[in-house]
Design a protein. Sequence first.
Lengths: 409, 301
Amino acid sequence: MENGVITAGLEKYFNPETTEEVKVTEGTHAASYAVGLARVKVISAYPITPQTSIVEKLSEMCASGEIDAEFIKVESEHSAMACVIGSESTGARSFTATSSQGLALMHEELHWAAGARLPVVMVNVNRALGAPWNIWADQSDSLAQRDTGWVQLYAESNQEVLDMVLQAYRLAEEIMLPVMVNMDAFFLSHTTEPVAIPKQHLVDQFLPGYNPKFKMDIKDPRAFGGLATPDRYMELRYNIQKSMEGALDLIPKIADEYDAIIKRHHGGLVEEYLTEDAEYLLVTSGTITGTSRIVVDAFRNKGIKVGLLKMRVFRPFPVKVVQESAGRAKKIAVIDRNISFGQSGIFFNELKSALYNLETRPLINGYVAGLGGRDVTPSTIEKVINHLIAAEKGEDLIWMELNYESDEI
Amino acid sequence: MSQMKFEIPKIELMKSGHVACPGCGASMAMRYALKALGQNTMIVIPACCWAIIDGPSPCSVNGVPVFHTAFETAAITATGIKAGLSRQGDNDTTVMAWAGDGGTFDIGLQALSGAAERNEDIIYVCYDNEAYMNTGIQRSSATPWGAWTTTTPTKTPKSRPKKNIIDILLAHHIPYVATASVAYPDDFIRKMKKAKSIRGMKFIQILSPCPPGWKSAPEQSVHISRLAVNSKVFPLYEVEDGYRYKISLNHKNIPVEEYLKHQGRFKHLSKEQIKQIQVDTDTKWEVLMKKVEMGELFSEN
């Protein structure tokens, strides 16, 4: 496999009709190329490991004239988000990227972007939060932003990162809410994979220019974000919820449109792998999914009906799809690379809540694994499935492969 | 002060119906600022009195677009708006960040410094009423030495001097920095127009009397502003390119006591304390004069 050439045998992965070139590239750069393809006008960001190579690449692309965007190199992540809030308010498609501590610092502005109904798209590289310092993969950073009004998407591969960013702009600008595209630190951000770069004219067809109904406009002067009294505020919140609910229909529709034009599909709200007849269902997100596919295959080869449900969307939470898909299984294992202290893994908790109103509820176990970038290997996942098969009643929190706890499995 | 006749523009972009307190310096300041800048202006307002003065949603007293933003983000949100406009081919609209002293001297200082260092093409105006007035008169780093606020009660009034925000901005080598007063609208409007004509970062500090916070009579606001200038407490000057100082007005050397006595926030001060303020004020003025001289030296070379 060389950069730029689709060699024989790779056509099944990369459609030559829709692909400009195939780059062997890391996840961060896949995001940068997507920003270029989306014809973003304003970029603002602050460096943080492991997001940095997104903005380094974008700086190069701006400097070389490859993309026609202004890149404002701000003094903090808080300002990065405030900057794209400003630029989006004028109708300029904007982008930022961050990770971990940077996302935490943005928290106030995340609410502002959503409340102001600005379709900012941001890539977050999922990294653990300190203390202590840790730069490796962990979803606690983005999941802690659950209630900010941002759509949250999770990618499994570098190709999905690129495609997801383009789809994120379509979604954001239709529902007038910001979208966060998440990728795992290092497992995606700094791992090279072949990525098909779609042809620009096809991307333009999929993602036309942004033209908002309301914007900062001299000819139509309005005040944005002024004091909303108790008789007005609640309806504005209701509207955000309605738009979020609308995203549940739009995400699969946009994925299908992308497939029709660019010829690639990664799933809608979820991706189901061998779930139809699955008795035991594994639920994952991010890169743990890729490893899980192999383990699921191994169990299938032994005649054990294991299936895999990949969560692509965390907000809005796809309750209905989860009920349909997970509701068919006898037992469910959710693997979380995150923890809500005092509760459980966060995807687990959301899933359990989604299944509560089913007439027949499956057994559901929550497994926390791989925090702070610890490897989640095929052997880890095998242990999860074996534990699930043997389980007689559901357990909310099972810690995987702790170094010193006696009750580990 | 130049004796040249100066016309105040007739245009009234700020409409009636604002919800400021009577005698609010910040509301007068906005009216003059918009007269100077004209229709082709956008305003960014962080948390401050003006977040309320502009009127509750969907109302706005300003006849130009207004974007309300979080407390510490006035400078950077203005930067983003300017970049968004410019990338869509509009390089003419003036984007003005309009913040109080809390949002400028304190919580917004980082974003302000960032914007100044990058020399963003915006006008940043701080209407400085010398405390957190919108939350009910708490001390800020702009509160002067000796002043009462609700968090510096008269038994322990502010024990540190007011932060010199102008010097902080000048350290960024930006094209234009100025002080302005609602008591001198001609000078104020001239400075706003000048700021509009310059590319890059402009910073203007307006001393903004606050009758509830200063414990002063609403009808005295302009008078107190004039006394602040003429007692050298708030000298009017401008600085171009970080070193070319120009004093805008010859003060009348009025004792600071004249300025202080109209304000209840200073009424607990002893004669000795007032004397100390006089000494500090005189010293600061002398330092300013030295800077003017130094600036002349730079200009010659």
